[in-house]
Design a protein around this ligand. Structure first.
Ligand code: FAD
Length: 268
């Protein structure tokens, strides 16, 4: 195959390389939001890989970072985050997030050489929690992307579908629903972006704001996706229209990275 990048593609490649090297939390949230508008499940997997890789890079010290981070960045290794202790369940059949594997990690009589330890003994929980601040921003950003896609599809669909002699976009009820969805989406976006900016600036209340943004954005974006399905009527329930997949993919964001009930422990 005669395959060579054009001059323009080489420039795009260089720009992406330089750009990606210095992304802030807010930059990453913007990127993940747009990727999630393409596919929520793939993007969410990348964000978790990104979160765990960041933790190794940030806290692992030179030797551990040099050993793992270059291969993680190239995608030769995939990082995962094992925080949840199992109580039950084995063969998980998921309602969404099907583009990525979810598996239990079982470590039996497993000895980890001390040179692989990230940070000092006893620091793990602190590192895990700080990783979650960024993880919560990222999962919120994935919800934004999915909800935006569902919202855009609804605006288009309601202008195409006629019932009772007029477009369904002409019913005031439809307009009110779309206005609510747009408002909730914008409020969610502001919460996520603001928390990301606070984390970038290492402001004292950044952790609580990451938790609030995750709770708010994942709850509202799931609602928006569900409302979008409703506006599509029966067609929204069919896989052909992609809305049902967004509903299924976003649902787990209310459960992961701290359930939206547990996460309220930030409450003053
Ligand atoms: C698709 C998928 C992928 C996952 N990927 C990962 C992963 O990569 N890494 C990982 O570590 N885990 C992962 N998980 C697990 C996930 O993080 C947990 O399911 C989640 O943290 C909730 O824990 P639980 O299932 O034990 O629920 P429980 O803690 O049993 O909660 C059940 C209910 O009780 C409520 N509840 C529990 N305690 C309290 C409390 N103190 N106050 C108020 N309400 C409470 C919860 O909010 C929830 O409504 C994944 C799960 C799924 C479904």
């Amino acid at each position: 195959v005669d395959f060579q990048l054009t001059e323009e593609q080489t420039l795009i490649q260089d720009m992406a390389r330089q750009f990606a090297a210095a992304l802030s939390r807010l930059d990453s949230a913007i990127v993940f939001e747009q990727l999630a508008a393409g596919d929520v499940s793939h993007t969410a997997m990348m964000t978790i890989h990104n979160m765990a890789t960041w933790m190794i890079d940030r806290y692992g010290g030179d030797a551990v970072s040099a050993k793992y981070v270059p291969r993680l960045v190239k995608g030769e290794l995939i990082a995962s985050y094992c925080l949840t202790e199992p109580g039950a369940g084995s063969d998980e059949k998921k309602m969404g997030w099907n583009a990525q594997p979810t598996a239990q990690v079982i470590m039996e009589d497993c000895r980890i050489p001390v040179e692989n330890r990230v940070g000092a003994e006893g620091d793990g929980f602190k590192f895990a929690m700080s990783g979650l601040d960024g993880g919560r921003i990222n999962i919120g950003a994935c919800s934004l992307g999915g909800a935006q896609k569902a919202m855009d599809a609804s605006v288009k669909y309601t202008k195409e579908r006629s019932q009772f002699g007029k477009m369904i976009s002409e019913f005031q009820n439809t307009q009110f629903m779309l206005a609510d969805m747009a408002t909730e989406l914008e409020a969610s976006r502001m919460m996520v972006y603001r928390a990301a900016d606070m984390l970038d600036k290492q402001l004292p209340n950044a952790g609580a704001n990451c938790a609030m943004a995750k709770r708010f954005a994942t709850d509202f974006c799931s609602k928006i996706a569900n409302d979008a399905l409703q506006l599509h009527g029966g067609y929204g329930y069919l896989s052909e229209y992609e809305i049902e997949q967004i509903v299924r993919d976003l649902r787990v964001h209310q459960i992961l990275e701290g359930t939206n009930q547990i996460i309220c422990h930030f409450a003053p």
